[in-house]
Design a protein. Structure first.
Lengths: 198, 198
């Protein structure tokens, strides 16, 4: 299974934001919504064998399961509405237990460290970073867990955790990409088996 | 220069749409907004040497110039607002003359055929299509003009025009991608010189 973890540093941890202003008013939630889109959407299909986790302010984690998703649409606004709906139930997320807030969407009170712990048990952590090795030089692991940051760089503590746990640190090209674009490129790399199968 | 032409079959040709419903109410304008995003955005930078044209209902064309853009933001809503603002001035677009509706955004009363004519004079037309040749087998032209369709397939007349004018027909992988994801993959292919330079 492919996985993506996206760290949202400024993203809301409560549902008090407007769907009319996802950039400034909702801490660049637009970036995270596009990451969900890139993770799951194919033309007229959903990638089922994929998982995406959004870490919100190191306080909550939203887990999206491709095989279970039912009400996901490609546009930012409707994805933001799903996230807001999830955060409306944040009081039900007690300890590290998850609450399913819509089909295939799970909310838990976990920060990045706890979420990374989960991911390490499920696959091989790969940090996407502009100083990493070219992706074409790295054999893709069977169950890759790509970790990305939103519009900000990884915080020092996040970078330290990744240095400890990531099996590889790769870059996808010579340009620094938006997180959602990086997910699209990573998918294409895996879809083609390292640009070999078309 | 790299160029992308995206055909919006259901996109609005007038400004009477709500920014609160870009999917159903505005003919999947969300797809086109994400295509503009993928065309121009790098992390904390704009790709300057890139042009994007959106064809709206075979009636209007919006040309976005990377080197001139000033008020473009990554989120769908603000891009849709730029498009709506352009369409508010549609009566000023007379014949094939263009109107600059915001910095770097030009509206003209041109359908796909006229827009493709312009593009043929400016570069080498490449059709992105799932039945094309693997992109890695095609030498990228110096000034590629990639032509894509929105959430619908090319109409018969569009496909016929492309068959006449396109120098190549390529596919980007084994999966059918959303148009905006295809743009991201095409950029990455060119950025890396065919997955060679990282």
């Amino acid at each position: 299974m492919r996985q993506f973890i996206v760290i949202g540093h400024d993203a809301p941890a409560d549902p008090d934001f407007s769907l009319d202003d996802l950039t400034g008013g909702a801490g660049r939630l637009d970036v995270l919504c596009r990451c969900v889109n890139s993770t799951f959407f194919l033309s007229h299909a959903i990638r089922e064998d994929v998982r995406c986790r959004l870490v919100l302010r190191d306080e909550f984690t939203l887990r999206f399961e491709g095989s279970e998703l039912r009400r996901l649409n490609p546009d930012e606004r409707s994805t933001a509405a799903l996230i807001r709906k999830a955060l409306e139930r944040r009081d039900e997320a007690i300890g590290h237990a998850e609450v399913e807030t819509s089909p295939g969407v799970y909310l838990s009170r976990k920060g990045f460290a706890a979420t990374l712990d989960d991911a390490v048990r499920e696959g091989t952590v790969v940090e996407l970073h502009e100083e990493g090795n070219p992706v074409v030089d790295v054999e893709p692991p069977e169950d890759p867990v790509f970790v990305l940051s939103d519009h900000r760089d990884f915080a020092e503590r996040e970078a330290a955790l990744l240095a400890e746990t990531a099996a590889a640190r790769v870059r996808l090209g010579p340009k620094r990409l938006h997180a959602d674009h990086a997910i699209t490129v990573a998918h294409n790399y895996l879809d083609t088996g390292g640009y070999a199968r078309y």
